[in-house]
Design a protein around this ligand. Structure first.
Ligand SMILES: Nc1ncnc2c1ncn2[C@@H]1O[C@H](COP(=O)(O)OP(=O)(O)OP(=O)(O)O)[C@@H](O)[C@H]1O
Ligand SMILES: [Mg+2]
Length: 339
């Protein structure tokens, strides 16, 4: 029988038993409104050919400029949006076409942490209610009292005082609110968390505490993270491997040190050359703005490399054919015709 291509061929050969998640040729597209009668529907390709693995207990950092598709990858993995192509395997099971109750059950194993927990949590609920809610929704506790011991344990896990249980969200600092968001995400004992810019809204000093907490939890619970970020310093600190996304495609992926020390793609080089110095006590300015130079974008419906209009080393082939990820070392792959 024909075997599907293994994403483990891409930058790092994970053994099947340690692979938690595999994404193969994932695509997401949205119909562009306004096609006239009789004209073909046009699509905006938000994600194209996305392929990667995440091992148990590993953090894969995902970095790229605004609009490149990072949150869409997170939403696709959690099966919150429709996929147009590709396949997702999680804990040894194909989850690509799960629906309804099966997707709901998946929530026990996969969770999301947002940038701004205040926006994502109901401010009228007490901290205890917020953390107990997933337990009640999934039938693991009958009511808030029933969940109380578990909620207290979770508050311990995220180093919040137990007295927090009866307080409401307002009055908590950004860092404390993020701890509450993390406790809520952990309530169902997931194996995998998509952390979508979880510290981007926090002050630098608090950022380090939340990152350290996430790392401690990872070690004690064996969690895997897809860590989406703008701050390249944070991404470097927390990730074992890093994927760089540009215009809906992963253009480079590899182990942290080779990505930071030997970036291969012209976009990655421009991105990593622009790492800003943090201002003491201040916020680090978004470090993943478009690299300096032309802001010309290439239409996502055209073939070829989407970075070519900005690329200093583009050749004719870059407009004709789309480069796919190619191994440059056993732990590093790049999608560029110059390699
Ligand atoms: N429902 C939708 N319909 C049409 N286009 C969408 C939809 N959702 C997202 N997009 C587009 O998909 C692209 C990727 O969006 P996404 O939110 O994944 O980017 P991002 O990398 O997370 O950006 P940021 O760093 O700003 O959070 C953007 O161009 C966005 O406008
Ligand atoms: Mg986003």
């Amino acid at each position: 029988m024909f075997a599907p291509p293994s994403p483990s061929a891409i930058a790092g050969d994970l053994q099947a038993q340690e692979r938690l998640l595999s994404v193969t040729d994932l695509g997401v597209r949205y119909a562009v409104p306004g096609a006239g009668f009789g004209q073909p529907q046009r699509y905006f390709e938000v994600l194209d050919d996305i392929t990667f693995d995440i091992a148990r207990g590993e953090t894969l950092g995902l970095v790229g400029e605004s609009g490149s598709g990072k949150s869409t990858i997170g939403r696709a993995l959690l099966r919150r949006i429709k996929l147009s192509s590709g396949r997702i395997d999680f804990e040894g099971r194909d989850i690509t076409n799960l629906e309804g109750e099966e997707v709901r059950q998946l929530r026990k194993r996969m969770q999301l942490i947002f940038q701004d927990p205040y926006a994502s949590l109901n401010p009228r609920m007490s901290v205890g209610e917020l953390i107990a809610e997933p337990l009640i929704v999934h039938g693991l506790a009958r009511n808030r009292d029933d969940a109380r011991d578990r909620v207290l344990d979770l508050l311990d896990c995220v180093s919040l005082p137990r007295t927090t249980i009866d307080r409401h969200l307002h009055g908590f600092s950004g860092g404390q609110r993020q701890r509450i968001g993390i406790a809520r995400a952990l309530a169902l004992q997931p194996a995998f968390i998509v952390a979508d810019e979880p510290v981007s809204a926090l002050d630098v000093s608090v950022r380090a505490q939340v990152i350290n907490l996430m790392q401690d939890l990872q070690r004690s619970m064996g969690l895997s993270y897809l860590f989406i970020g703008h701050d390249l310093g944070v991404i470097r600190h927390i990730s074992q491997r890093i994927a760089i996304i540009h215009s809906g495609r992963i253009i480079e992926i590899g182990d942290r040190d080779s990505i930071y020390q030997r970036p291969q793609h012209p976009y990655s080089r421009a991105l990593l050359a622009a790492i800003p110095v943090p201002v003491p006590g201040g916020r680090v300015k978004s470090s993943v703005a478009a690299p300096a130079g032309s802001r010309v974008e290439v239409s996502r419906s055209l073939p070829g490399c989407r970075y070519r209009a900005r690329c200093p080393v583009a050749i004719a082939r870059c407009s004709e054919e789309t480069p796919r990820l190619k191994q440059v070392t056993p732990t590093h792959a790049v999608a560029c015709w110059q390699h």
